[in-house]
Design a protein around this ligand. Structure first.
Ligand SMILES: [Zn+2]
Ligand SMILES: [Zn+2]
Length: 252
């Protein structure tokens, strides 16, 4: 579910205190004096609060300490700036994979910010509806953008170009075989999981892939595959309207 009111992270009520205290922004890590946070202690800075989807993704992925691309994607997808469906997911996939890759390889945050910015620029060419109109889901292309950036691929490269096309191909296969109308949440998660497994196999880099929490977006998606989707919550175990609390995600 997305939170239209209250805390952007967990949906809980915002508490206003008379005395300001120092908090760290949940998304971008900036430290500010504030009188407003939720009961869980989430604080969102004004810049992140007012950011559009791609700005928010860029700010968060460049600065977070979260090492789980699934948790990071879920956190960002629950923010109301990221719509149920939309081309921002084409940037979200390479952004969270870059963040996780940098954490797993101890690469610096400075290079990460540059790479996330480059991913955004490239993902901008992958417009909405690519899956149906161009025959290549933008979430899968996002994994290809990620690989192209970390491998330094160009159209003239050999192995780097192969790896970039291969990761996209594997993501597309995973997405296509499941069938169904588009769901940007489902395809984003599938591309992240497939991409992380690819990185493990090809580079021996362990990207943390924790279990995907039960999907909380089904009520917002008219075309939800429900029982046909691997992320659909089992109604016997999960109450659909129960929000996934930020505390469980522990991110960043
Ligand atoms: Zn909160
Ligand atoms: Zn912020």
């Amino acid at each position: 579910m997305e939170y239209g009111t209250g805390c952007l992270v967990c949906g809980d009520e915002i508490i206003y205190s008379a005395a300001a205290a120092t908090f760290t922004c949940f998304y971008c890590g900036v430290t500010k004096e504030t009188n407003a946070s939720c009961r869980m202690g989430h604080f969102v800075c004004d810049a992140c609060h007012n950011a559009g989807a791609c700005d928010l993704i860029e700010r968060c992925c460049s600065n977070t300490d979260c090492v789980s691309p699934v948790a990071l994607a879920m956190t960002l997808m629950k923010n109301p700036a990221v719509k149920m469906h939309g081309p921002e997911h084409h940037f979200l996939v390479p952004a969270v994979l870059l963040t996780a890759f940098h954490a797993a390889t101890n690469a610096g945050k400075g290079t990460l910010a540059e790479r996330v910015r480059e991913a955004r620029k490239r993902a901008d060419d992958v417009k909405g509806g690519f899956c149906g109109f161009q025959g290549a889901c933008g979430a899968a292309i996002g994994a290809g953008i990620f690989m192209s950036i970390v491998s330094g691929a160009t159209p003239l490269s050999d192995r780097e170009r192969k790896l970039s096309n291969l990761i996209t191909a594997e993501c597309l296969l995973a997405i296509a075989e499941n069938g169904g109308a588009r769901c940007c949440k489902r395809e984003t998660l599938r591309a992240i999981i497939t991409g992380a497994a690819f990185v493990q196999r090809e580079f021996g880099v362990d990207i943390l892939v924790d279990p995907v929490p039960p999907c909380c977006f089904t009520n917002m998606n008219r075309e939800c595959l429900r029982e046909r989707c691997g992320f659909y919550p089992d109604a016997r175990e999960v109450e659909m309207i129960t929000p996934i609390q930020g505390a469980e995600i522990q991110c960043p």
